[in-house]
Ligand binder design. Structure first.
Ligand code: FEO
Length: 413
């Protein structure tokens, strides 16, 4: 029977043996509209090394790709750069099948793998008779004539995260870093449209790595200080970067800075179109004041798309009706999500229509303050349907915010 899945040659020694998840549409609350890939890499030399595995349901696809170039049982070593289960989910099964001489992980990775695949579980790496060996930060080892260096990149994405550099082929295996959720049969950046790469890389950073930006900056400095030539950056999701590796590193450096821009994101939901009317008037005022405006109604924009728009914004203006003495559920959902992502250096304001009690705009205002958004105005609340005067106040709020945004951007340069 012919093999339905084949490995993809990356270099003379490296093969992509991952899996394509065309169906996934939600990744921990992040809308993965274009699916994703779980990348694993096989290094063929005098010894055979597997870097990372795939999410458990995709084990057979990965094994089939490996089998297209070498019998899986011939794998000598496994390197686990990251213990999250989209990369380690089938590691216990792979260990049982392959019986590798060693499994390498960071010190925190050994701990994390143990806490995922507990010793009591028969197929866990800890009890299979094969050591999971902790490698030191900066350690260089030779595996079958190939030199690998390990660099700890804690909290990029988890405490265990590390990257592995293959000296002979100048490839950095960067686990989650520089990845994106994009299911394609193309494996390299130069085979995919630049706009799509930019969009999905930004979405990934905004929704996964943004709250870890301080760690990202340190990791970038650390990798840069090693002066490693980077012919390719091979992440665990999405395409391999080979056209211009400096470009994606530069984008990460910019995103990690979180500098504000002249862009204002107005996000809202509405019950009877009153809060929507306020949003449009505020947006018009912002634009008249020179801001670049994005109006994002929550019945048409997923929270993770709002997060992506905020990555290069300078203002967050949020509108909510009042429902049963509370802010609207979709707005609460979005703000809770954004609070966790901790976008810094934003100014903002709250607004909303209500019937009699008016908690919506006030609760949004309080949430913005909890998010460390510099709230630049009192909450603008309107009873029932905004009349011409109320809409004029909304527009003035937009104009005023545009001026404050200009000052905020100038002060941060
Ligand atoms: Fe793709 Fe942090 O796992």
């Amino acid at each position: 029977m012919s093999n339905p899945f084949e490995a993809v040659r990356v270099t003379d020694h490296v093969y992509w043996v991952g899996a394509i998840d065309w169906a996934i549409r939600d990744f921990h609350g992040y809308s993965t509209r274009r699916g994703t890939t779980y990348n694993a890499y096989l290094i063929l030399a005098d010894k055979i090394t597997l870097i990372d595995t795939v999410k458990e349901p995709f084990k057979d696809e990965m094994l089939a790709r490996i089998a297209s170039v070498v019998e899986p049982e011939k794998i000598d070593y496994v390197i686990s750069n990251h213990a999250e289960m989209d990369h380690s989910g089938c590691l216990p099964a792979v260990i049982d099948l392959v019986r590798p001489k060693k499994v390498f992980a960071s010190k925190m990775g050994v701990k994390a793998l143990g806490e995922h695949f507990h010793p009591s579980r028969a197929s866990g790496p800890d009890d299979s008779g094969h050591d999971v060996v902790a490698v030191a930060d900066g350690q260089k080892i030779d595996l079958g004539g190939m030199s690998f260096s390990f660099v700890e990149t804690r909290m990029c994405h988890w405490p265990d995260s590390m990257v592995t550099y293959l000296h002979e082929d100048q490839v950095l295996f960067s686990q989650d870093g520089f990845g994106m959720h994009l299911a394609t049969t193309e494996r390299f950046d130069d085979e995919i449209d630049d706009w799509l790469l930019a969009r999905e890389a930004a979405k990934y950073y905004a929704n996964i790595l943004l709250p870890l930006s301080g760690f990202i900056r340190k990791a970038l400095d650390k990798v840069s200080s090693l002066n490693l030539p980077l012919a390719m950056v091979a992440p665990d999701h999405g395409p391999i970067w080979r056209k211009d590796t400096a470009k994606i590193l530069g984008l990460y450096a910019r995103w990690a800075e979180q500098k504000p821009t002249n862009k204002a994101v107005v996000v809202y939901d509405t019950m009877w179109q009153s809060t929507a009317a306020m949003a449009r008037a505020i947006g018009d005022g912002l634009a008249a004041g020179g801001a670049s405006v994005r109006l994002l109604p929550l019945d048409g924009n997923h929270r993770s798309d709002v997060a992506t728009h905020l990555l290069d914004a300078g203002a967050l203006v949020v509108g909510s009706p009042t429902l049963n003495n509370c802010l609207f559920p979709t707005v609460a959902d979005c703000l809770t999500y954004l609070k966790g992502l901790r976008r810094k250096n934003l100014i903002g304001a709250a607004f909303g229509s209500h019937g009699w009690s008016g908690e919506g705009a006030r609760q949004v205002h309080a949430m913005l303050e909890e998010m460390d958004v510099a709230v630049a105005a009192e909450p603008l609340a309107v009873r029932y349907v905004p009349d011409a005067d109320a809409l004029a106040r909304c527009r003035r709020l937009g104009l005023d915010l545009a001026g404050k945004l200009r000052q905020h951007v100038a002060a941060s340069q």
